[in-house]
Design a binder for this molecule. Structure first.
Ligand SMILES: [Zn+2]
Length: 215
């Protein structure tokens, strides 16, 4: 299957280091129109962020579980920023959760992104995920894609038509491979496929901190 850098669903690469290409937008040549657009996007992202953190049940569950595990993760760890690639968000231990304010199609899209990235943050907190290890990265991507609703559209679209569980699994697998492919420690697609396949079954089954039947 093809993975390209243009894929609109691709995730901002999880950088194990502090260098982040998504923050490298040069604002010095910004026109007044561009500035006004950026400020509007930032305001909307901040407003939605506030509401999502307050109201989204999955976000509340994840934040509660992280606090109980001793990781204080709060509003200031979510940052709305303009991004210059096609992803909608990212997580790194240094930067927390990055929300790409210029790439959200809708509030539900942003909610899914927040949940997806928060599952990475939870895994980092709870399981000491080492993002330079492709199997670790693959596991947290499988969980994030499976639990965040990234593949929900497919479940709904196919309801009653095919073997839904199989389709959901294949969607999760495909998205996890795509994200691992962007890890700077991943050399080619074969490595990403191997990493995801080697951890898929156990990580797909692990629905912590949600109830068993969440998917
Ligand atoms: Zn991810």
């Amino acid at each position: 299957m093809a993975t390209t850098v243009d894929n609109p669903e691709a995730e901002v690469p999880l950088k194990p280091t502090t260098e982040s290409p998504i923050l490298s937008i040069d604002l010095s040549n910004e026109t007044p129109e561009q500035r006004s657009k950026r400020e509007k996007e930032c305001k909307l992202c901040e407003d939605w962020k506030e509401e999502i953190i307050q109201n989204n049940p999955m976000v509340k569950t994840l934040l509660g579980a992280m606090n109980r595990a001793g990781c204080n993760f709060e509003k200031k760890h979510f940052r709305c920023v303009p991004c210059n690639n096609s992803g909608s968000g990212g997580f790194s231990s240094e930067e927390g959760i990055i929300l790409c304010q210029n790439h959200f199609r809708s509030r539900p899209h942003m909610e899914e992104t927040v949940v997806h990235e928060l599952i990475h943050a939870f895994d980092y907190c709870k399981y000491n995920v080492d993002l330079t290890n492709l199997k670790h990265h693959a596991c947290t991507e499988v969980r994030a894609a499976s639990l965040s609703g990234d593949c929900k559209w497919m479940r709904e679209f196919l309801r009653g038509k095919f073997n839904i569980k199989k389709q959901h699994q294949e969607c999760v697998r495909r998205r996890a491979i795509l994200s691992v492919r962007y890890n700077p420690y991943c050399q080619d697609e074969g490595q990403a496929i191997d990493a995801v396949n080697s951890v898929f079954d156990s990580c797909y089954q692990d629905t912590t901190p949600f109830a068993e039947d969440h998917k």
